[in-house]
Write a protein that binds this ligand. Sequence first.
Ligand code: ADP
Ligand code: MG
Length: 516
Amino acid sequence: QRRKDHPRNRLRVPKKHIMASGKTTLQRRSGEILKMAWEAVIGLEVHVQLATNSKIFSGASNEYGAPANENTCEIDLGLPGALPVLNEKAVEMAVRFGCAISAEINEISIFDRKNYFYPDLPKGYQISQFENPIVGRGSIAIEDEAGARKIIGITRAHLEEDAGKSVHDLVEGRTAVDLNRTGTPLLEIVSEPDIRSAQEASEYFRQIHALATFIGICDGNLAEGSMRCDANVSVRQRGETSLGERTEIKNINSFKFVERAIELEIERQIDVLEDGGKIVRETRLFDPDKDETRSMRSKELSDDYRYFPDPDLLPLILSQEEIEKIRSELPELPQQRERKYQSKFGLSSYDSKQLSVDRNKSDFFEELTEASRLPKLSANWVNSNLSSLLNDKGLGFDRSPISPSLLAEVLIRIDNGTISSTSGKTLFRAFCETPPKISEIDDRIDEMGLRQIGGTDGLKDIVLEILKEHPNQLAELIDGKQKVLGFLVGQVMKKTNGAANPKEVNEIIQGEIKKG
Ligand code: ADP
Ligand code: MG
């Protein structure tokens, strides 16, 4: 019976349209229509590395980049008799995240052993939380493709330790093991299958990244693997309410890759189903170089792990007071700042979002605006000139070579016409190299010859000179050809090395023409 409902049978391509290539124009077009008959269903498991000083169950350093196996102790190595001790900071961070997404915080949670064998897991089990996680149901708001607010349900977030790393390309013909990562505290955030497209998934991942870095529980360094996600993907026919069989794409560590991996997987699954095949529950790997996902292993079910409570660790008990204390210390969150920038400063939603994904950037912007009282100009500068400068230098906003208060002085002078915006950029670059004292700013402007020639007879003389030098263009302008106005203004700017105020030049020229 189902065959009749199969979308391909609804859109059968007549034989005569099939060409040598096997593809027909009709088929390509119907391919698009067929895709619209399907809906993707996605749930993400995001692993956030908690920025604690030491490991989750040991005192070994949690710092990234140490020589192999340096950051380990008997607990990480799984030596007999070594007992785990829970890191209070990791617990605090998990609760902070739970509060930030208004989730239920469980007063009692349990650590379980997830048993499996792998060379980078010396104990033979990973300590995780299974039936009683520390954080229960919550939600995260994202913007969907149409720009509308959409709520993604959070099923749970649990604490666990990371495993070590197998290194396959270090020793010829052998695999090396680096246990530095063993015992790194992770918060695994599991979403409901509420995500409906690759783009939404990437947006959701970005939101978690913004949130986790904002509340200071993660350094957010994707390249170092500080945040990774597994994407669970299934497809179903539109209108269907039950879930289709899913696959899980493991270990994705970039916003772009999560989007691409899911896109490819959705297409692959639709192709399999269209061809009358079945999706098998499996773990897949995304290969960005080959631009494909491929099967890694058939998915193990939770039964395979023989979860049981770790007898070495007591249940974790939190009091309401402890939870409320952490809640009360939460900073303003990215989405709150985003809304504030729109309502208080009148910034566009795009600018507001750009300014609030990064805590350091957001703080810089707030200090700059506080000092300059010019929110829009400040937003533009932070999002463009300053962002690209820091990007080039590979620096974060916490290490900007120009302070918010000094940049504010530059912006104030652009705004009041002391310098043109072109000169503002020159001054900005110079100040980044050698920052002056606030009292020296105006001298520096004069030394560099950046003070704007404006409103004076000096500027008018230059304009008249330019007009005299370009009689043809002047005639065209008098004839009403507004296009040459830009050219003439440009000539004045050139002559004054950008020091003239283009608006004033414009006004002077218009005035001269009116005079005739
Ligand atoms: P597992 O034990 O395999 O990790 P879970 O039930 O914990 O499975 O789910 C893991 C993730 O998979 C969750 O984010 C969930 O939303 C998502 N998920 C579950 N079923 C589906 C499905 N049919 N399609 C897409 N995602 C799904
Ligand atoms: Mg899972």
